[in-house]
Design a binder for this molecule. Structure first.
Ligand code: THU
Length: 136
């Protein structure tokens, strides 16, 4: 699957805004919505640790605020360049993405140097529960 440069750049720029004084693990995410618009977000931590928010959640909020409701593809950038560790979305964020995406939706994960790989949502969250289960 080709790795879209514009989404990487948007996610990397969002990562630079990460508020992560506690973990010092900066993450950025960028969503391409079905209308072609791109929406980015970073992780926002909190002194009350559980109240921290992942980059994907921030990006989803930005997308919804812009009036879009369908994710075409999403990129996540986290981890140092050359770390070799992929910052795949956490379990909670896989479910958050699921609300606005289907099993074939690409999720591109990169380290800060641009190395990475692509998955589908169905690979990362198989047999998922979604709006269709509730008749939506
Ligand atoms: N984090 C994200 O923003 N997205 C992910 O997919 C994984 C983890 C953040 C949460 C926390 O601020 C930091 O990375 C370390 O867990």
């Amino acid at each position: 699957m080709p790795t879209p440069a514009d989404l990487f750049e948007a996610a990397a720029a969002a990562r630079a805004r990460s508020y992560s004084p506690y973990s010092r693990f900066k993450v950025g995410a960028a969503i391409r919505a079905e209308d072609g618009t791109v929406h980015a977000g970073c992780n926002v931590e909190n002194a009350a640790y559980p109240q921290g928010q992942c980059a994907e959640a921030t990006a989803i909020g930005a997308m919804v605020m812009a009036g879009a409701k369908r994710i075409v593809e999403i990129a996540v950038v986290g981890g140092d360049a050359g770390s070799g560790l992929l910052c795949t979305p956490c379990g909670g964020c896989r479910q958050r993405i699921r609300e606005f995406a289907g099993p074939d939706t690409p999720i591109h994960v990169f380290d800060a140097g641009g190395a990475g790989r692509s998955f589908t949502l169905g690979e990362l969250l198989p047999h998922s529960f979604g709006p269709d289960n509730l008749g939506f």
